[in-house]
Ligand binder design. Structure first.
Ligand code: ADP
Length: 431
């Protein structure tokens, strides 16, 4: 599978998972919101029923009520009807043990014929609030309890409250939640796509970087390997010659093998640096002292090449850093300073302490770096053409490693032109 297909496949996979996550969230939100509205709406009705129950039981047990339905409605006291005593919305039905409604007021209620007479009564469902649907149109909540009147009659008090408006409100809210969840799910397809694009972006970058790295590595490895192979072939052809006579070829093989070895070590350092696998082991030491030790062979080498290599060290404090990595950093910078300078050029190493930071400045009056290349020299394998033209050994990995070391110490590395010519590297590391 090629890389684009692989990335695309991953993109759709991510998008699918994002979409599922969004859908679950919206559905869960809808269900929770709806059940909360439902509970709070019915809770109010149920409270009304329970309050009405208390008041009416008091009335039935303590008062001599007359439920006789033969007396005309105008002759009756309102109390006898029970109507209105449990609150304006509560309808009381007083039933005998056969389930017949005995309170005169309710039977004569205008709505009795229309729907109250269809309300079911079940002696098995006492003390519980249950929903009742009448003619598939009207909704009630009902609470039934057994009561005995003052004169000892055993009756059942069924309290009803109409829940039509709550039902209508609930179905309206359900529709809104259902509709908006649907809309959000559709919108989340777009959001999932954008999110996946965003999460894939660093993966995509890493993928291409990796591919580029592998390409560069193979390219860099191929050159020394070809040289070594050719040299060995020529050695085999002229196997009768003495080793001394082959010294030039052997030296070439040796140089290229060393180059390969350095390349592999550098690549390993960089590969580990990406995954943060290389730990930093900090020590307290004097940077000036380390610079003095590391620069010794460079001073001699510079002398032999007719270059000046000067130290201007003025960092009175110790630094808390990984000594071997700082050593590696100095070697990279000093190596480059020597590599990219010509006879009579000068190299100066400065150290200073400012604002709780140590600054290390490596300046040279060498070949310098072009404006175009100055932003690229920290990229892996980047070598400027003028550096290649000098035919000095190099892998293009040194400054990438230097930059990683400085970053791991929480510092910065910057490069600028030296006047009138050459390059200045400034490194700042907090102490
Ligand atoms: P190399 O192994 O090529 O030196 P580096 O990563 O150390 O790799 O450096 C990358 C490139 O930066 C070099 O090839 C060179 O073009 C440029 N460079 C680094 N240091 C200097 C310097 N002191 N003067 C001029 N150019 C430099």
């Amino acid at each position: 599978m090629n890389e684009n297909k692989l990335i695309l496949k991953q993109l759709f996979k991510n998008m699918f998972y994002n979409l599922i996550a969004f859908t679950i969230l919206f559905v869960a939100f809808g269900v929770i919101a709806l059940s909360q509205v439902r509970v709070s709406l019915y809770l109010k009705l149920d409270d009304e029923l329970k309050n009405a129950q208390k008041m009416m039981v008091n009335l039935i047990v303590n008062e001599n009520l007359n439920f006789d339905s033969h007396v005309g409605i105008d002759d009756r006291k309102r109390k006898d009807n029970l109507i209105g005593f449990g609150g304006p919305r509560v309808i009381p039905l007083l039933r005998n043990k056969d389930g017949q409604v005995v309170n005169f007021g309710s039977v004569n209620n205008t709505y009795f014929e229309q729907y109250l007479k269809y309300i079911t009564f079940n002696q098995g469902q006492l003390f519980r609030i249950i929903p009742i649907t009448v003619q598939n149109r009207y909704y009630f909540r009902s609470l039934t309890i057994p009561v005995s009147t003052k004169d000892g009659k055993q009756l059942y008090l069924q309290l009803l409250i109409n829940a039509d408006s709550e039902r209508a409100l609930l179905s309206h809210i359900s529709f809104i939640i259902f509709f908006s969840s649907g809309l959000f799910i559709v919108l989340s397809i777009l959001a999932s796509y954008l999110l996946s694009q965003k999460t894939m972006s660093p993966i995509r970058k890493a993928w291409y970087k990796q591919a580029e790295f592998v390409e560069n590595v193979s390219h860099e490895l191929r050159t020394p390997l070809t040289i070594i192979q050719n040299s060995l072939e020529s050695l085999m052809i002229s196997s009768k010659k003495k080793i001394m006579d082959q010294s030039e070829t052997l030296a070439l093989v040796y140089d290229e093998t060393s180059r390969l070895s350095k390349l592999v070590t550098d690549m390993l350092t960089l590969a580990r640096s990406g995954g943060m696998m290389t730990e930093i082991t900090k020590d307290v030491f004097s940077l000036d002292h380390l610079i003095k030790i590391v620069s010794e062979p460079y001073i001699e080498l510079a002398e032999s090449q007719q270059k000046s290599f000067q130290l201007d060290l003025n960092c009175p404090t110790n630094i808390d850093a990984d000594k071997s990595r700082i050593h590696q950093l100095l070697v990279i910078l000093f190596d480059n300073a020597l590599k990219y300078t010509n006879p009579h050029d000068s190299i100066t190493i400065q150290s200073r302490l400012k604002d709780n930071k140590i600054s290390l400045i490596v300046s040279d009056t060498g070949i310098g770096i072009s404006d175009e290349a100055i932003n690229k020299i920290f990229d892996r394998f980047y070598r400027e053409d003028r550096a290649r033209a000098l035919n000095r050994s190099g892998t293009g990995l040194g400054l990438s490693i230097a930059s990683w070391i400085v970053q791991r110490h929480g510092g910065t590395i910057k490069v600028r032109h030296n006047e009138p010519k050459g390059t200045i590297f400034t490194i700042k590391i907090p102490i």
